[in-house]
Design a binder for this molecule. Structure first.
Ligand code: AMP
Ligand code: TRP
Length: 334
């Protein structure tokens, strides 16, 4: 069975973009592949953060993933497998400085930091973030990595790192991982459909998967439909995004009938929005119920996640034993 690995940062809420772009796929892949899904808390230390919040958000994200249908035995917390860092150090010498400076996520996050303070502190952690991501993937010999389109460049780097390591040590040791994209690669912000749905843009730009029904309905009701710059005869990005959400929620009947209205020039935006809001509410209600059940049993579930992380750690340890052998480090006493 082929291996799959993916990760998500514990940055608070989980939104519809994360779900349709990544997590929905994770849940589906579990029946076909050997899967490992990680809450990547080490990665979240690369931007300014609060320690109490990091710990809280890490558990919260793990619970959210379980509520979405990720299986307990496939779920782990990155920092409970510290071998990822050891491999990242080794791989750091197979990635070049120039290559890392070209990473768009690094550039975007640097710009974001400098927006509020032009002399902002940009950490080495933020710079070498993609090397740690490569280690996350390679340590499990993952063939496939289900992520959103924005992670394509990081995956390309992971492949280069794997190949360079193999060439350097004359051994086909690491697998070159391929990204797996979903059919809904990009969900847009309801408040500004020229940008992708994202937490970093602020609360009105994302729809929380575990949010209140009233808020979801309000957000869809006030979703921007016309931005004024759509060429004649083309569908605006905002309307396109609402149709995309219906499709993503697998409401094809409503989608097709509203699309017929649109083509006939008879679409009422209020009807489209109502259908989208209903579809989202129906999607998220069961997730919210499962999340509440997990919270009611929080302590036990935390213990179970620690156990699954410890079990997954055994795979990472084995890889590191082999990597130490290959790269000329002495054997650890075990
Ligand atoms: P992030 O919250 O940006 O760390 O992203 C976590 C995962 O969700 C990654 O696999 C992203 O590619 C995916 N993702 C984030 N935002 C979107 C979006 N607006 N549309 C589709 N996928 C997304
Ligand atoms: N960089 C990814 C993101 O921003 C998160 C991530 C970290 C990841 N390690 C990973 C994704 C390994 C896939 C595989 O979304």
């Amino acid at each position: 069975m082929k291996n799959v690995l993916s990760g998500i940062q514990p940055t608070g809420d989980l939104h519809l973009g994360n779900y349709f772009g990544a997590v929905k796929n994770w849940v589906k892949l579990q029946s076909e592949y050997k899967c490992h899904f990680s809450v990547v808390d080490y990665h979240s230390m690369t931007m300014p953060y609060n320690p109490i919040q990091l710990r809280e958000n890490t558990w919260k994200m793990a619970f959210y993933l379980l509520a979405c249908g990720v299986k307990l035995e496939n779920l782990f917390i990155q920092s409970l497998v510290p071998e990822h860092l050891e491999l990242a150090w080794v791989l750091g010498s197979t990635a070049s400085y120039g290559e890392l400076t070209r990473m768009t996520q690094f550039k975007d996050k640097t710009d974001q930091l400098k927006e509020s303070d032009k002399d902002a502190f940009v950490s080495v952690g933020l710079f070498s973030y993609p090397v740690l991501q490569a280690a996350d993937i390679l340590i499990y010999h993952a063939e496939y990595v289900p992520v959103g389109k924005d992670q394509e460049q990081h995956l390309e780097l992971s492949r280069n790192i794997a190949q360079r390591f193999n060439n350097q040590f004359g051994k086909e040791y690491f697998v070159q991982p391929e990204p797996l994209f979903t059919e809904t690669p990009k969900i847009l912000s309801p408040a500004d459909p020229t940008r992708k749905m994202s937490k970093s843009l602020g609360e009105k730009h994302y729809i929380n998967l575990f949010g209140e029904e009233d808020r979801v309905r309000k957000q869809i009701k006030s979703a921007v439909t016309d931005t004024g710059d759509t060429p004649e005869g083309e569908m605006s990005a905002g309307v396109g995004n609402l149709f995309e959400l219906l499709r993503a929620c697998e409401q094809m009947e409503a989608h097709d009938s509203l699309m017929d209205d649109y083509k006939a020039g008879a679409l009422r935006y209020s009807d489209l929005k109502e259908a989208v809001a209903n579809a989202i509410v129906d999607l998220i209600n069961p997730f919210k119920e499962r999340y509440e059940a997990i919270l009611a049993d929080k302590k036990a579930v935390k213990g179970q996640i620690q156990e699954s992380s410890a079990a997954i750690r055994q795979i990472a340890r084995q890889t590191m034993r082999e990597v130490r052998e290959i790269t000329g480090l002495p054997t650890l006493r075990s």
